[in-house]
Design a protein around this ligand. Sequence first.
Ligand code: ATP
Ligand code: 3PG
Length: 395
Amino acid sequence: MNKKSVKNVEVRGKRVLVRVDFNVPLDEQRHITDDTRIRASLPTIQYLVQEGARVILASHLGRPKGQANPSYSLEPVAKRLSELLGQNVSLAGDCVGDPAMEAVSTLQDGQVLLLENVRFHAEEEKNDLAFARELASLAELFVNDAFGTAHRAHASTEGVTHYIPAVAGLLMQKEVEFMGNALERPERPFVAIIGGAKVSDKIGVIENLLEKVDVLIIGGGMANTFLKAQGFKVGKSLLEEEKVELAKQLIEKAKRKGVTLELPIDVVVAHAFEANAPHRTVSVSEIQEDEMALDIGSASAERFAARLATARTVIWNGPMGVFEMDAFAKGTERVAQAVAACGGITIVGGGDSVAAVEKMNVADRMTHISTGGGASLEFLEGKVLPGVAALQDKA
Ligand SMILES: Nc1ncnc2c1ncn2[C@@H]1O[C@H](COP(=O)(O)OP(=O)(O)OP(=O)(O)O)[C@@H](O)[C@H]1O
Ligand SMILES: O=C(O)[C@H](O)COP(=O)(O)O
């Protein structure tokens, strides 16, 4: 990465504002149901603590629409982070103004403070510069470690960089390097697997990957639109009729670019979108009008696995079927195993793909699991992430 990292600057005794992405899922009792993002931020925080910096953490949680709202307080995160760090992390009542300034003024070297949700202020998402300056005034250095929010040009990700020196955190550096190297200098064969619900969410990703990969595998609900483009009937399956023409163009583009496009050849169909719906596996030419495809079939899964067996670089985003229901999880499971076994560099992009990999117990066999959902998609689309672009270049 051509950006300075926290290891390239002096931090001892300094007040360091660290933007993290602690936007974690909570249940109704406000218990954290997945603390991956908090764990992923530990290397940067621990490094700063060991180096004797005064660590001021800032994050958003959810979408409280610019209003202070206790349902979106970072309080459960402060508690969990204290446990993980083995040292107290206090929570300031606000991210700016007196509560923040007072909390920062008592901070000693090596101590950690978490500011309350930055989205309690409407100015955050507007990237209001007066608000950004107030945030920046708390510190002498800004470290952005929030890869998951790097696609947002907000006050705490972009605005603050106008006022104090800004460098990348260790998680940000790792994410950008893994995905950047895979896209720009892949060991070949380079195979991308794109799945999930909708083509419309991932058009940009498919377009960009067609410029880079050797093999593109498409599964999940979005494959139906491609099957329709190939002339198959898809019955009641999830389909984006208005994207069929685009799918045809993408199939053509793959041919032109010499990219091997792998679509399902068989699918698991049912009459209803239900966990215990009776189901059968059929060739893609045999889907009946009252049936819906909810997973790729075993022949497709084996074909995809064979492509993956020789891959040296794999990027995976989106499940192959409705993996939340056991009856329709087998395609995703087979692909997860094949990715884990390939022996190449394997990168899984956020959201449901990560949940799937965890459900299949192969997470620790992947080279890199991204903490970014929207951010990793935008990265794969080849877009510039404003939270990264704003950081200082290496000399
Ligand atoms: N054949 C299908 N029919 C209907 N829904 C499907 C089908 N295959 C997969 N899905 C659903 O798609 C959803 C995931 O789609 P989505 O596009 O959000 O992918 P994602 O993995 O979350 O993307 P990201 O990894 O970027 O967050 C899952 O909930 C899954 O049940
Ligand atoms: O979870 C995410 O994708 C990030 O934290 C960004 O959240 P947002 O989509 O609410 O901006």
